[in-house]
Write a protein that binds this ligand. Structure first.
Ligand SMILES: *[C@@H]1O[C@H](CO)[C@@H](O)[C@H](O)[C@H]1NC(C)=O
Ligand SMILES: *[C@@H]1O[C@H](CO)[C@@H](O)[C@H](O)[C@H]1NC(C)=O
Ligand SMILES: *[C@@H]1O[C@H](CO)[C@@H](O)[C@H](O)[C@H]1NC(C)=O
Length: 567
C-alpha cells in the first residue's frame, strides 16, 4: 500500500499542479494524492514494524478471554460473553471480575508494544511534515481551531452530562448500597452496564424514571414477533429506501458476515466495508436479536449508504467529508427509527404515548446512549493526542488515562490502578489504532442534521419525536450532502445540510431539554459533579468468593484493515 501510494504521488508530482489553472476540486484531488501520511517514509523496515505491531496489538485484544467459572460461567470472549455480563449482571462481584479480568487479559499485555508503536508512528509521520501522529489525525478536520472547537462543544454539553450523572449515581447507590461509592462523587466504572462505561442504556431497568409508564425496551417484542437477523437487516434497509436512498446490492446479502461463524474466531466488533469497486459493500457483525444490535444494524447500513452515494467520485474523494461525518451518517436514521412513532408504525410498540411520563422514559433511554457517551468520546483522543505529543509518557500512561476518566466522565476505577496496567489498551480503538474524536463530533452533528431534516419536511413538534420515515425530501437532502464525499471541505457539506458552516451543540441541547428540566427537579437535593481527580480511597469490592482465574487463548492473529467501525 505504501509503495502504491508513493508511486501515485510521484506521478502526480510530475505535473506542476500547484501552479496550474486547475479548478479548486482538481487541486484538492492532487493535494490528497500527494499527501502520503505514514507512507512517506522510505524505510520499509519501519513500515513493516508498524503493521506488525498493529497486528500483534489487535491480536491480543481479539483473543482475550476471561474465565468467570466462580460465577457459573466458562471462559468468555468479549463478544458476546463479557458484554452480556456487563449488560445484564447485577452482581457487583461478577461485574468487577469481568471488568478487571478484561483489563488484565488485554491492556496489561500491550504496554511495551504500544510504546514502540507510538514511537514508530511518530517517526514515520514526520516524513509527511507533521510534528506527531495526533497532528496528522487532526489535519483531517481541516480547521486550525479544531481542538478548541471540540473543547467548546464539550463545555457547552457538560451541564447535561452532570445532571444525568447525578441522577444515575443516586439510583445506583440505592441499588448497590453506598459502600461501593467513593466520597469523591465518582461512579465506580463497573456498574454502568458497559465495559468502558461509555453507554449506560443497558442499565435502563435500574434507572427508569416512571416504571409504570410505557417502556421502550423492544428486545422482547422483537423476539415475540419472531425477528431473525436477516429480517433486522431487511427492516433497516427498508427505512433507507423509504426516504429515497438505495437498496443494498445483491452481493451484500451473499458476501457479508452477518452472524458469528461457528467454526472460527472472528473479531466481532461491528464494521462496514467499502471494496471501492463501485458495487461491493459489506458488513461484518455478530448480530443477535436485540434492540442494541438493531441499532448497530442501522448504523452499519448508514455507512454503506454513504459508500454507495459517493461511489462515482474519484477514489481519493470516496471518504466522509470528515471522519465524524461518516459516523454521523451512520447514526442519523436511528434518531428517527427509535421514536415511539416509528416503533409503533412497524409494530414494535403497542401504542404511541402522549403523556409526559412516557416521554421522559423515552428521552432517558436516548440520553443513556447519547449524553452518557459525550465525555468518553471526547477523552479518548485527549489521551492519545497527549501521548503522541509526548506530554503523556509510558511512565504515566495509566495515571493520565484515569485522570481523564475521573475528571471528564466522573467514573472511578473499582480497584487501584498502577503503571503495571494499561487500561487504554482494553478499548478496541487503542490497539486497533482507530482515531476516536470522530464519535464525539458525530454525536453532536447528527442532532444538527436531524433538526435540519425535520425542518426540511416541515415538522414542527418536539425534535425528539420527529420521524423522517417515508419522506423523500429528507432523503434528497441527505443525498446532496453524501454525494460530495470528501471532494469539498466538510464545512461546505455542512452548509448543504444545515445552511451553516459550524458544528453546534444547540440541536442536541434542544432535543434533550425536557429531560434536563426533569433531571434538575430530581437532583435538587444532590451534589452535582465530582472531584477533578480520582478518589484516593477506593472502596474495595467484596472478593471473598471471588477467586478469579484467567486465561487467554493463543489463536490466529487477525490482520484487520477495517474502514469504519462502530464505537
Ligand atoms: C514498488 O513495487 C515495485 C513492484 O514490486 C518495485 O519494483 C518497486 O521497487 C517498489 N517501489 C518502492 C519505492 O518500494
Ligand atoms: C427470517 O424472517 C423472515 C421474515 O419474518 C422470514 O421470511 C425468513 O424465513 C426468516 N429466516 C430464517 C432463517 O428463519
Ligand atoms: C464558527 O466557528 C468559528 C471558529 O470557531 C468562529 O470563529 C465563528 O464565530 C463561528 N461562527 C458562528 C456563526 O458561530
Amino acid at each position: 500500500m505504501a509503495n502504491f501510494t508513493k508511486t501515485l504521488a510521484a506521478k502526480a508530482n510530475q505535473f506542476d499542479w500547484k501552479k496550474s489553472e486547475l479548478s479548486a476540486t482538481e487541486k484538492r484531488q492532487f493535494e490528497k494524492i500527494t499527501q502520503l501520511g505514514f507512507s512517506a517514509v522510505n524505510d520499509t523496515a519501519k513500515i513493516e514494524l508498524k503493521s506488525n505491531l498493529e497486528a500483534e496489538l489487535t491480536s491480543i485484544y481479539s483473543t482475550g478471554k476471561v474465565c468467570l467459572t466462580d460465577f457459573g460461567k466458562g471462559c468468555l470472549e468479549l463478544e458476546p460473553g463479557l458484554t452480556d455480563v456487563m449488560s445484564n449482571s447485577r452482581n457487583p462481584n461478577e461485574l468487577f471480575a469481568a471488568w478487571k479480568g478484561w483489563r488484565d487479559q488485554t491492556g496489561k499485555k500491550m504496554r511495551a508494544k504500544y510504546t514502540e508503536f507510538v514511537n514508530v508512528m511518530n517517526e514515520m509521520i514526520k516524513f509527511s511534515g507533521f510534528n506527531d501522529t495526533g497532528e496528522y489525525w487532526r489535519s483531517w478536520y481541516e480547521a486550525s481551531t479544531f481542538e478548541s472547537d471540540v473543547k467548546k462543544l464539550y463545555d457547552e454539553l457538560l451541564p447535561l452530562y452532570e445532571q444525568l450523572h447525578a441522577y444515575v449515581r443516586q439510583k445506583l447507590k440505592n441499588k448497590y448500597g453506598t459502600a461501593l461509592f467513593p466520597d469523591s462523587g465518582h461512579i465506580p466504572a463497573h456498574l454502568l452496564g458497559n465495559m468502558w462505561s461509555q453507554s449506560w442504556s443497558n442499565i435502563y431497568d435500574l434507572l427508569t424514571p416512571y416504571p409504570n409508564a410505557i417502556s421502550f425496551d423492544i428486545t422482547q417484542k422483537m423476539k415475540d414477533k419472531g425477528y431473525n437477523v436477516t429480517h433486522m437487516y431487511r427492516v433497516a434497509e427498508e427505512f433507507f429506501t423509504s426516504i429515497g436512498l438505495d437498496k443494498m446490492p445483491t452481493s451484500f446479502w451473499t458476501k457479508s458476515m452477518l452472524e458469528k461463524p461457528e467454526n472460527r474466531d472472528v473479531v466481532c466488533h461491528a464494521s462496514a466495508w467499502d471494496f471501492y469497486d463501485g458495487e461491493d459493500v459489506r458488513i461484518k457483525q455478530c448480530t443477535d436479536v436485540s434492540q442494541r444490535q438493531f441499532r448497530t444494524v442501522h448504523h452499519e447500513i448508514g455507512h454503506l449508504q454513504y459508500y454507495m452515494q459517493y461511489a462515482s467520485l474519484p477514489t481519493i474523494f470516496r471518504r466522509g467529508a470528515n471522519p465524524g461525518f461518516h459516523e454521523g451518517m451512520a447514526d442519523i436514521v436511528s434518531l428517527s427509527f427509535q421514536t415511539p412513532e416509528h416503533m409503533h408504525a412497524i409494530g414494535l410498540l403497542d401504542s404511541i404515548p402522549n403523556d409526559q411520563e412516557s416521554d421522559i422514559n423515552f428521552l432517558m433511554q436516548m440520553a443513556l446512549d447519547k449524553i452518557a457517551f459525550l465525555p468518553f468520546g471526547y477523552l479518548i483522543d485527549q489521551w492519545r493526542w497527549s501521548v503522541f505529543r509526548s506530554d503523556t509518557t509510558p511512565n504515566n500512561y495509566t495515571a493520565n488515562w484515569w485522570d481523564l476518566r475521573c475528571g471528564y466522565q466522573g467514573v472511578s476505577p473499582p480497584v487501584q490502578r498502577t503503571e503495571q496496567d494499561f487500561d487504554p489498551g482494553a478499548k478496541y480503538h487503542i490497539p486497533g489504532n482507530t482515531p476516536y474524536i470522530r464519535y464525539f463530533v458525530s454525536f453532536v452533528i447528527q442532532f444538527q442534521w436531524h433538526k435540519a431534516l425535520c425542518d426540511e419536511i416541515g415538522y414542527s413538534g418536539p425534535l425528539h419525536r420527529c420521524d423522517i420515515y417515508n419522506d423523500t425530501r429528507a432523503g434528497a437532502k441527505l443525498r446532496n450532502m453524501l454525494e460530495l464525499g470528501s471532494s469539498k471541505p466538510w464545512q461546505d457539506a455542512m452548509q448543504v445540510m444545515t445552511g451553516g458552516r459550524n458544528m453546534s451543540a444547540l440541536p442536541i441541547i434542544q432535543y434533550f431539554t425536557p429531560l434536563i428540566d426533569w433531571l434538575k427537579e430530581q437532583n435538587k437535593e444532590e451534589n452535582i459533579g465530582w472531584s477533578a481527580s480520582c478518589p484516593s480511597n477506593i472502596p474495595s469490592p467484596d472478593q471473598t468468593n471471588n477467586n478469579v482465574r484467567l486465561s487467554v487463548s493463543a489463536e490466529t492473529m487477525f490482520l484487520i484493515i477495517t474502514l469504519t467501525k462502530f464505537c
